[in-house]
Write a protein that binds this ligand. Structure first.
Ligand SMILES: [Zn+2]
Length: 488
């Protein structure tokens, strides 16, 4: 038997905690028992809820972004946690939050290492987000309350806590039978509450939990999240060889630039559309993001090696769908240059990337590969200066997390760089991400409508829109955002 401490902690004030957390009563025992029994007495989970009501941040954050969640986890990790030579840890965290931005409907998320590098860790005293993989998760209590109501939200919060802790143990979803690792649908089509069948780990997962104390690929903190370790049966896995390509629906990848430096803030555009000449509509899971198990990006390195893009977080699909109709595509972009643990494209040379989306157990859609080039690093003074600007922590957080810098002087440095080099190939990306980051802040603080900030964002947006390098999807979004801000 191996002991794992799980610290429960409220992220910010103003979130109502379920009684089974705040009163630390039988609920916690029962949570511990599910892990004990599910692992055949191999896991002794000790929930520490003694500081649960002490918020990590003093500001009220009803909507929280992934960047703050990664930072909050780091804040908690600072207490010099022991990490064993095999990477495993003895302590994990569960954050109790309001709702997630930009997906306020999800109930929970599990974290891998954030996008940051060891370099940042070394040179800065600021919090780093290079924490071990699978050491933290979060549940979103306001979202759960909204979906489940007064009577059922506490049990859903209990279910989701066990579910996310299950992901910390590298358990994947099993949707073919009732169990803790089944997804919870916020629309109510699936309701685990009151159905005690769902309150159990099923056999394949029990085997993993039983082996976990001696396995770094299962025990928290060991290997990165990889649900392929789950002993699937050929039917239940999100991707399987019997899946057929869905006729009439297509997925396309694009990048506004095809040759750049490894640190350049490049967005991957993803478009889901009905093939021209087809007149029907399609329903697909609202899960177009590599953070979902059913959506993945394959990367072919210049060496020919193929690997999966590694998302810093893992979402649980909540049963929502998107409708893709003729002439009405779904578009989004992903900051592809960074992934869990660091930069995505570390080698120079030609890369290929392709997307796979498992839209059901029967059907899949696959993009054609997109080719691009990572340029060799140049040692010229200009290039070195550029590299220093782009690899600063402020830039990385702005470009990857769209997090606004806390330090205004660092932001001024960045702005002055792009004013000095308006033709820099990343200029469009800079103004675009800067405006998205501030717009997010404006949205989160929507109560006090800051007109001056709205005007500032519109100026940033115009700089992005005026730049020829901006991607089609980004340009569309930038125009929409500019219109919205005008009406504020
Ligand atoms: Zn899940």
């Amino acid at each position: 038997m191996r002991t794992l401490i799980c610290e429960f902690r409220q992220l910010s004030p103003g979130v109502t905690l379920p009684a089974w957390v705040s009163e630390g009563a039988a609920g916690l025992d029962s949570l511990q028992d599910y892990f004990k029994n599910g692992s055949n007495n191999q896991i002794q989970l000790l929930v520490d809820a003694s500081n649960a009501t002490t918020p990590i941040y003093s500001d009220s954050l009803p909507l929280v972004e992934s960047y703050y969640l990664h930072c909050a986890l780091y804040e908690m990790f600072r207490s010099n946690d022991i990490r064993h030579t095999d990477g495993t840890v003895d302590k994990v965290r569960l954050l109790l939050c309001g709702a997630y931005q930009p997906k306020p409907e999800i109930f929970g998320v599990m974290f891998d290492t954030g996008f940051d590098t060891e370099f940042d860790h070394f040179y800065s005293q600021q919090p780093s987000i290079v924490s071990p993989p699978r050491q933290g998760c979060a549940i979103f209590l306001n979202s759960i309350y909204q979906a489940r109501g007064k009577l059922a939200w506490e049990s859903q919060a209990f279910f989701t806590s066990i579910h996310e802790l299950g992901h910390i143990f590298n358990l994947g979803h099993i949707e073919t039978q009732p169990n803790f690792m089944h997804s919870s649908s916020s629309s109510g089509t699936f309701m685990p509450l009151g159905d005690s069948d769902y309150y159990q780990f099923v056999q394949p997962h029990k085997q993993l939990l039983e082996k976990s104390p001696n396995s770094p690929s299962i025990w928290p903190g060991g290997s990165k999240f990889d649900p392929t370790i789950n002993p699937y049966d050929g039917i239940t896995e999100p991707f399987n060889e019997n899946q057929k390509s869905r006729f009439g629906l297509q997925i396309k990848l694009d990048m506004a630039r095809r040759s750049f430096q490894y640190y350049d803030p490049v967005e991957l555009d993803i478009e889901l559309s009905v093939v021209p000449g087809i007149s029907k509509s399609f329903r697909v899971p609202d899960a177009v993001d590599p953070g979902y198990e059913i959506f993945r990006l394959w990367i072919e390195e210049p060496t020919g090696e193929r690997r999966l893009y590694r998302s810093p977080r893992h979402y649980c699909w909540n049963g929502r769908h998107l409708t893709i109709a003729p002439g009405k595509s779904f578009n989004r972009d992903i900051s592809i240059f960074g992934e869990s643990g660091g930069y995505t494209f570390k080698r120079k040379g030609i890369y290929r990337i392709l997307a796979e989306f498992s839209i059901s157990r029967k059907y899949i859609i696959r993009s054609t590969p997109l080719e691009f080039e990572i340029q060799p690093v140049s040692m010229s003074t200009d290039s070195m200066q550029r590299q220093a600007v782009f690899t600063s922590r402020t830039s990385k957080r702005l470009f990857y997390y769209r997090a606004t810098p806390n330090d205004e002087s660092l932001l001024e440095q960045l702005i002055s760089y792009f004013n000095q080099f308006p033709k820099d190939s990343a200029s469009a990306s800079f103004w675009y991400n800067l405006s998205r980051a501030y717009a997010k802040r404006l949205e989160i603080n929507s109560i006090n409508r800051d007109k001056a900030l709205a005007q500032k964002i519109r100026e940033f947006l115009l700089r992005a829109i005026d730049d020829r390098v901006l991607g089609i999807h980004q340009r569309l979004l930038a125009r929409q955002l500019s219109e919205t801000l005008k009406s504020l």
